[in-house]
Ligand binder design. Structure first.
Ligand SMILES: NC(=O)c1ccc[n+]([C@@H]2O[C@H](COP(=O)([O-])OP(=O)(O)OC[C@H]3O[C@@H](n4cnc5c(N)ncnc54)[C@H](OP(=O)(O)O)[C@@H]3O)[C@@H](O)[C@H]2O)c1
Length: 213
């Protein structure tokens, strides 16, 4: 499949490489595609490329949103019509780093996931991968076994497609419902960040534990 990744940062590069390893063809988008030259060179020939955000949105059959929150609206407004009908994986967290500790830029009565879905109403947005650091997004390897990736979105088929990707990447996936579930998943990412700031490492992830009856 062709995967477009809107975002050239650590998340875009890690997930881009993960999709290449999973035998997909990947384009990463940026305002300056040349900054991805070394990433492209590291991938197997013919499997990876970089382009403008518009090229990338048009290229992807599935498209990831992995932009700094403050740039997300501009990117989606510019490329949105190329996303109609597509499965969109929203990895963003609407973080505001302007104070002495990060906070949710949208508070708790709205979310990045819902905002992304409103910006591209004809796309099928699934929130995923936002509750873990980029180093562990692919083949997470923790002492307690596969961690849990909670996802949400309004389109059932889109969530099934994203679940297949997560299965392949080594996650247990739990679907928590509609895209308004982002109001839970983005604060969960804040908890991940708070623990990161406390211990100084990003080697942690969440897992839902159950007891059999
Ligand atoms: N870092 C993590 O481990 C992690 C984990 C989970 C979720 N997330 C979330 O994933 C997203 C990506 O994070 P990241 O750490 O990979 O990188 P990032 O620095 O948050 O984002 C980099 C991307 O944002 C774009 N961008 C920045 N300002 C922009 C603007 N004003 N207009 C348009 N585009 C702009 C950059 O475009 P250019 O390429 O043109 O520079 C680049 O592609 C964020 O929303 C973050 O909260 C991060």
């Amino acid at each position: 499949m062709k995967i477009g990744v809107l975002g050239s940062g650590p998340v875009g590069q890690q997930l881009g490489e993960a999709f290449v390893k999973s035998n997909h063809e990947v384009m990463i988008g940026s305002r300056d595609p040349s900054k991805l030259n070394s990433w492209v060179t590291k991938q197997p020939a013919g499997k990876a490329s970089s382009g403008t955000f518009a090229d990338t949105a048009a290229f992807g059959q599935i498209v990831l949103v992995a932009t700094l929150w403050q740039g997300t609206k501009a990117v989606l407004e510019a490329v949105g019509r190329n996303l109609d009908g597509k499965v969109i994986i929203d990895v963003t967290n609407p973080l505001d780093f302007s104070g002495n500790k990060p906070r949710l830029a949208l508070g708790y009565g709205d979310s990045g996931g819902e905002t992304v879905q409103r910006l591209i109403p004809n796309a099928r947005v699934v929130k995923a991968f936002n509750i873990v650091g980029n180093a562990h997004m692919y083949k997470p390897d923790f002492d307690g076994g596969p961690p849990t990736m909670f996802i949400c979105g309004n389109d059932e088929e889109a969530k099934r497609e994203v679940t297949k990707i997560l299965d392949n990447f080594g996650w247990e996936t739990i679907d928590i419902g509609g895209i308004d579930g982002s109001r839970l998943l983005e604060p969960l990412a804040m908890l991940w960040v708070a623990y990161y700031l406390k211990v100084g490492t990003g080697d942690h992830a969440f897992k839902l534990l159950r007891r059999s009856a």
